[in-house]
Write a protein that binds this ligand. Structure first.
Ligand code: ZN
Length: 411
């Protein structure tokens, strides 16, 4: 994608002072003469920023303003212990709220809506982001946070919630509970705003059907404001991204080269307006592609595809690299296989064993045939021989957070 003039101006402005303002970038770019960055191609030669770098800046090494101008911090946890702390100025908080309000409007929400927020509050950016955006919209907010399904459903029915904000796994859990209780006619939900973890079409369809709602994928990450930097529209053909706040690139995760529009790779983001902790060429590790052409909804904001996975999700089995999304792709096309599945990878007697548990509604006597079909399709499509295990609907765990589908028990 070509950088537009506005984006190039903003980026040039940031580069002109970032070394003085941010000790983090002062160090990172100490051997680079940023005044020589005069074109998009020059910019594309700058080194990436990665989460590990941010961790090294703990606690406040990322700040690019005096500490008195910081009004809030958020933090993303890592798997390695040291968290990443992102400082926000008042303007950052407002900008984030403005982007989030835009997301709600894209999903067709207005001040008439009643928004129930189930993502967590606290150090991470989820709950509070959903909340401030909804307040800017003028909607009524029910700040539930995660868990307590009983109370969630009570509030939803008593207060006539019209929009549910949730992870896909929690939305699934709630939709199954509502179906089980037979209370669909008591709820007033019209829209679901679902955090952008990778989720298959079958899961989406079940949630949409059971709740009777339209679903929207909202995208974001704590390092770059939080959720709300882009959302799908009612045409469900990608996520519109707010390119007046952020600049997007898709790179080859191995070589770091910028890929042509349409090709799948890793999403890299540069902030254009962020004051507290500007980030330049930040690697999200999310895999997607830029969708070219105009969206039928008429929005001019560019689109990326639904996230298909993460570069760090990849597991190597029997010498083959596999992504969870590949399993999604195959399993979602097999009749009788429902949306929920789990993959266990074990190592026994010198061999990798891949067991696929999948939920189904087909009767016991038809399951061996279905299992055989699963083995065949996965073998044909991704060349992995699996051990199939059909289980009943509801047998696999539901989570309030993100669903983990691959369990690697080898290490
Ligand atoms: Zn659109």
């Amino acid at each position: 994608m070509r950088m537009n003039d506005y984006q190039f101006d903003k980026i040039s402005g940031i580069l002109s002072s970032i070394k003085e303002k941010s000790s983090f970038y002062g160090e990172k770019y100490k051997d680079i003469d940023l005044s020589k960055v005069k074109t998009q191609e020059d910019f594309e030669k700058l080194p990436f920023t990665d989460k590990n770098d941010l961790r090294d800046a703990y606690p406040l090494g990322l700040k690019a303003v005096p500490e008195k101008d910081i009004v809030r911090i958020h933090s993303s946890s890592g798997t390695t212990g040291t968290p990443v702390i992102i400082p926000y100025t008042q303007r950052d908080v407002e900008d984030w709220g403005t982007m989030f309000e835009r997301c709600y409007r894209m999903a067709g929400l207005s001040s008439e809506d009643i928004v129930q927020i189930t993502p967590g509050y606290g150090l991470w950016t989820a709950g509070i982001g959903f909340q401030y955006g909804a307040e800017k919209l003028g909607a009524m907010v029910i700040p539930m946070g995660p868990g307590n399904t009983e109370k969630q459903i009570k509030m939803m029915t008593d207060l006539h919630t019209t929009a549910l904000c949730a992870t896909s796994s929690y939305a699934l859990l709630l939709s199954e509970e509502i179906k089980k209780r037979g209370i669909k006619d008591k709820i007033s939900l019209k829209k679901g705003i679902i955090g952008s973890e990778r989720w298959g079409d079958k899961m989406r369809q079940r949630i949409a059907d059971d709740l009777g709602v339209e679903l929207y994928d909202i995208y974001g990450l704590t390092e770059i404001y939080g959720p709300g930097i882009g959302i799908s529209c009612s045409y469900e053909n990608g996520i519109h991204m707010w390119d007046d706040y952020l600049y997007f690139e898709i790179i080859d995760p191995k070589t770091g080269e910028v890929l042509p529009d349409g090709q799948e790779g890793e999403l890299v983001i540069t902030t254009l307006l962020k004051e507290g902790a500007p980030l330049i060429r930040y690697r999200t590790h999310d895999l997607t592609r830029i969708i070219t052409g105009e969206c039928p909804c008429g929005s001019k904001y560019p689109r990326i595809d639904i996230i298909t996975g993460r570069t760090d999700d990849m597991v190597k089995v029997k010498g083959t690299n596999i992504f969870p999304a590949q399993f999604d792709g195959v399993l979602s096309k097999i009749d009788g296989v429902e949306s929920e599945y789990q993959i266990m990878i074990d190592h026994l007697d010198g061999k990798d064993l891949v067991t696929v548990f999948f939920e189904t509604q087909v009767p016991e006597d038809q399951r061996p045939a279905l299992e055989k079909e699963v083995v065949k399709q996965l073998k044909d499509a991704i060349n992995i021989l699996v051990i199939p295990k059909a289980v009943n609907i509801g047998d696999l765990p539901r989570s309030e957070k993100k669903t983990n589908r691959i369990f690697d028990n080898r290490y």
